[in-house]
Each structure stands twice: as structure tokens, then as C-alpha cells.
Design a protein around this ligand. Structure first.
Ligand SMILES: Nc1ncnc2c1ncn2[C@@H]1O[C@H](COP(=O)(O)OP(=O)(O)O)[C@@H](O)[C@H]1O
Ligand SMILES: [Mg+2]
Length: 389
């Protein structure tokens, strides 16, 4: 029998936390969010909001003590507290040891090598001077990609170094360096697992990046790849979640190289931007699936009901302040467009303020509609023209 009288604690109250709580509402499963301000996106949708810092040991310990299961919507949480709560018998998904591996891109890459999971080669560096020295001695060659070991997200913490001119971009932190991969497509597979060992992957999606801001511009589902590539991507995602021994979701970002190899880029053990479309386009949403995974419920069907394109709705460049959504009316008229506004009070340039999923049996039409919405909707501030406060 399924018990819905279940207390779920979620570390983080951003949009991923919000969408998790919305999925839980449908089952009358109670949710508690820990984050610094109730003004954050999940503040209104959770059953209970606890003000505190998920990076702080004491806050996480106090938050976790009466929950049945604790999960995360972000990796940068206090894992010492999660490990201690686990010792006290609390159920923590993803397990804190896996979170520690994933939080550090150096440990994460090493994990793939140890477990024979396909990824590019890499070298660890303490600081940028070491990188300069290896370049001088000829041991390191252009082009390469430098990534901060911890704390990076949405492309912040990644430096693409093609030649000497790019050297000022080097990050002055502990980092990994990997060769620049000749990418044909960036793919993602969101996969879920529960304590009973059941595993299910969502169909592989394709991510088109905006190279200026390093954010996903269009998420296309299903990906236009061969059956063989799709099967290989799914195989790798399943092997990866099993190797990490994770319950709940794992989003596996992949590179399809120009010679048709599938390589792991990085993973996230939580709901992910590349699974947003599943709310509207799949039989089960990634958020429902995460809850099923962490509560050891049967996993849901991941089939795609209709092809879709997902577009992140970003704050317009040049505007910081109280957000307004210009031309939203025209955009709401687009057939098949499903809007998700996160409720962030303040907009900033390129901040993720919402997303829209466009359902259309013709994927090219879905993409055209996505572009139209992107060009029409302007998330800015009340000031009439130009820059604002
Ligand atoms: N080795 C690489 N070769 C080519 N491009 C890369 C490489 N690593 C990262 N990138 C590009 O940078 C983006 C961000 O890198 P990623 O490691 O996913 O960092 P983040 O944590 O910011 O998402 C990737 O989606 C890809 O477009
Ligand atoms: Mg990434």
C-alpha cells in the first residue's frame, strides 16, 4: 500500500524546487522547503517553508530531523549534515557520498574513468599558473576547456581556451582541463531509479546552446539522432545512475562527437533544465518521477506524447529590477505553447525567469514558434525605455 502521509524535505527553493512541490501537491504529499527567503519560487507552492541556509550544517540538521525523506534541487548543499542525518537513519536521496562526487568536477570525472564510463580525458590543476607552465613546456596543447572544480553552473566556471589570445579567460581556481571536444550535438538523458532497483530513462533530448551566454536556447524532444545513438545514450545514462547508486533523478549531459561517439559531459542528481518539457510532453513529468524514485514508488511511463521544443525564458539584457512580462498576451496565443513562470521577483540579464514548452507534431513548426516567443516576450523592468535601476 502507498502511504501519502509522507514528509518530504527539499533543500533549495528555486524553480526546480517549485516544480517538485507542484508535482507533490497532486498526490497530497506534504513538502517542506529549506531556503533563505520565502520570496523564492517555491515559497508559495510548498506545504511548509523553513527559512535557513542549505549550506549551513546546523540549519540542515534542524530541518532534516523530522522528515521521512530529504532531497535536493541543487548540489551545493551541506553534505556533512546530510551524511549525519543518514547515520541517524534518515532516507537521503541522492545519497550524500554521490553528491560529494558530483559537486567536484575533478572527482566526478575520475569516477567515470574508474567505472569505465565514456568521457573525455582530463588533468587536474591547482591554479592557472600551473596551466600556463604546462603550456610553456608543451605538455598541454590548445584547444582545451578549463572548468572550476566546484561552484560552476550555467557556463559560469567554464573557460574555452582556443589559443594564446584566450589565456586571460583562465579561471584562477582549482580546475580540471579537458580537450575541446569536436561536438556534433549536445544531448541529455534524464534517468530515474528507485530503492527497488527499477530504472527508467526519458527519451534522449537535444540541447541547442546560445554560445554567448552558455545557456540552452532550445531543448528538442525527441533528439534527431539515429536509433543507435539514442540507444547508446540511454545505455550510458542507465549505467551511470547505477554506478553512482542514486535514487531519484540523474540528468546525464552528453556530447555526441562528430565521429558519432557518445561521451558523458557532466551529471546532475536532481530535476534538470533538460527535463522541463516532460511536464507537458511526456506521460510522466521528471518531477513526478523524482518523487516516485525517492519514495520508492513504481516509476512512471516516460513515453513522449507529442514532440516538443522547450525554450528558457530569460531576463532581457540590460534590465535589473522588479520583473514585468511584456507581450506575454501575444505569446499566450501561440497554439500549443505551455508557459511556466517561476515567480522570481527580480529579473537580471539572462536570469532564468520561466520556460515555455511548445507541443507540435511538426518539430520544425514547434521551433519556429519557440523562436517567435523568444523574439516577442521581453522580461524586463517597469522603466519605459533603456536601462533601469
Ligand atoms: N570538453 C568540452 N569540449 C567542448 N565544449 C565543452 C566542453 N566542456 C564543456 N563544453 C561546453 O560548455 C558547456 C558548459 O559546460 P559544463 O561542463 O556542462 O558546465 P556547466 O556546469 O556550466 O553546465 C557545455 O554544455 C558545452 O557547450
Ligand atoms: Mg552543463
Amino acid at each position: 500500500m502507498i502511504n501519502t502521509n509522507y514528509k518530504i524535505g527539499i533543500l533549495g527553493g528555486g524553480q526546480l524546487g517549485k516544480m517538485l512541490t507542484l508535482a507533490a501537491q497532486n498526490w497530497e504529499v506534504e513538502t517542506w522547503i529549506l531556503d533563505v527567503s520565502k520570496d523564492f519560487p517555491a515559497g508559495n507552492s510548498c506545504s511548509h517553508f523553513v527559512e535557513g541556509n542549505f549550506k549551513n550544517y546546523d540549519d540542515v540538521m534542524a530541518f532534516g530531523k523530522d522528515k521521512d525523506v530529504i532531497t535536493v534541487e541543487i548540489e551545493s548543499v551541506n553534505t556533512e549534515a546530510l551524511a549525519d542525518l543518514q547515520l541517524q537513519g534518515k532516507v537521503i536521496h541522492p545519497r550524500p557520498e554521490a553528491l560529494n562526487l558530483i559537486k567536484d568536477k575533478g572527482l566526478q570525472k575520475n569516477f567515470y574513468h574508474v567505472n569505465n564510463l565514456p568521457t573525455s580525458s582530463f588533468v587536474l590543476f591547482e591554479n592557472e599558473k600551473e596551466i600556463q607552465a604546462k603550456l610553456k613546456s608543451g605538455e598541454l596543447k590548445y584547444p582545451f576547456v578549463q572548468k572550476a572544480r566546484t561552484g560552476g553552473y550555467d557556463g559560469r566556471g567554464v573557460a574555452v581556451i582556443k589559443n594564446e589570445k584566450d589565456l586571460p579567460k583562465l579561471l584562477p581556481v582549482k580546475s580540471i582541463v579537458e580537450p575541446l571536444v569536436d561536438i556534433q550535438k549536445e544531448l541529455s538523458v534524464v534517468v530515474a531509479r528507485n530503492e527497488s532497483g527499477e530504472v527508467k530513462a526519458f527519451p534522449v533530448v537535444e540541447m541547442e546552446f546560445n554560445s554567448k551566454v552558455n545557456l540552452v536556447e532550445y531543448l528538442i524532444c525527441p533528439a534527431a539522432v539515429s536509433k543507435e545513438v539514442a540507444a547508446e545514450a540511454e545505455r550510458i545514462a542507465i549505467a551511470t545512475i547505477e554506478a553512482f547508486d542514486i535514487c531519484g533523478l540523474l540528468a546525464v549531459e552528453l556530447f555526441l562527437t562528430k565521429d558519432n561517439q557518445v561521451l558523458i559531459n557532466e551529471v546532475a542528481p536532481r530535476p534538470h533544465n533538460s527535463g522541463h518539457h516532460s511536464i507537458d510532453a511526456c506521460v510522466t513529468s521528471q518531477y513526478q518521477q523524482h518523487l516516485r524514485g525517492i519514495m520508492n514508488w513504481p516509476l512512471g511511463n516516460t513515453d513522449v506524447m507529442m514532440p516538443s521544443v522547450m525554450v528558457n525564458l530569460l531576463g532581457a539584457d540590460g534590465y535589473t529590477g522588479e520583473a514585468v512580462y511584456e507581450n506575454l498576451n501575444e505569446c499566450l496565443a501561440v497554439a500549443g505553447a505551455k508557459f511556466h513562470i517561476y515567480g522570481k521577483k527580480i529579473t537580471k540579464p539572462f536570469r532564468k525567469m520561466g520556460h515555455v514548452t511548445i507541443l507540435d507534431n511538426d518539430i520544425n513548426k514547434a521551433k519556429e514558434k519557440g523562436k517567435l516567443i523568444k523574439d516577442t516576450l521581453k522580461i524586463c523592468t517597469k522603466v519605459m525605455s533603456g536601462k533601469s535601476v
